[in-house]
Design a protein around this ligand. Sequence first.
Ligand code: SF4
Length: 347
Amino acid sequence: MPEDKSLYCLLFLTRRCNIDCTYCHMEHDGYEDMTEERLARAMKLFLGVNPNVCLHLFGGEPLLRFDLIEWILEHAAKHYADRNINYMITTNGLLLRDRYLDYLLEHGVRVMLSLDGSFDSQKDWRRTIGGDGRRAYDRIVENLAELNRRNVDYFVNMVVSPENVDRMEENVLFFRDLGVRRLQVTYELGAHWCEPFRSAYVRGFREVIEKYDGQAEFSLQYGPSSEPVLGNMTFIVDVNGDMYRGCAVVLEKTMPRFNEVVRIPNLDEQRDLTSFVRSRDEQVRDFLRRTRVAENDYKLLRSNMHLGYLLRREMFDMQAQRAEHPGQPAAPRPVAQPSAGRSPSAP
Ligand code: SF4
């Protein structure tokens, strides 16, 4: 394993969640939470082969197992003090307050808060379990305001679905006006991004970046090298020790074949991660080839990869134009259409 590249590991602490999003593609029931013993093995596996590791605390809602977060940080301080570990947590923000927030900040855990926009634009698909959706939403917004008050280095991850792609700009402005300083706009993985939604997304994405990125204290996070997202060279350790490359486990309900394709040996059997490391384009080709036997999975995967490559091209183009004409927005250009006869998603 080359030591100059960081390993990126998503650790699932629990599959339980206090929100029930209609677009969530992962199973929440029928799983025990992660255990300390498994976490210790996972940390040994990753930190044993590379001194630079990003541990991304994930769920479900990872703050439901705050005790495990404390355990990970204490275990790392005791056994891996000489390693360079970056921590990140993805949370829906409902529990992000008081002691939890203090602890995360004190220990340098970067926060990614997942929220998709105004209450009206997301209320139909982000339902709170057993509670009042409006109150829960208001609580999240209060917690977000607290992050701003404390000048925390966090960002909001805003997921755009085909159903609300026409509200992208409105939701970007919603966050800007709420005082969010860094926003990441992402497309819903596992959704069917057929035309005209695909073009609408690419066009809307370019427009919001050109209009609002870098305005006052507001910035949009984007990077061509992270597309297509489903080709990410990430490792996942699930609550039961199952392991995956990429992020397909979060799509297991809608793309079961894809989920099988990206599964690698379980934590108990895993000895060396080297053989699974691929470039993004190699990984995409491999995933598409092996998913082809399952029509629905293949169709969804192809549409997601296609959107990812279009965005990559668009982002490179914007960067090039910005470099050529600093201070001026890049001129828009038409969104490319798939070429006939060849997988449009193939690199
Ligand atoms: S998408 Fe995230 S917040 Fe929504 S139910 Fe799934 S894990 Fe919970």
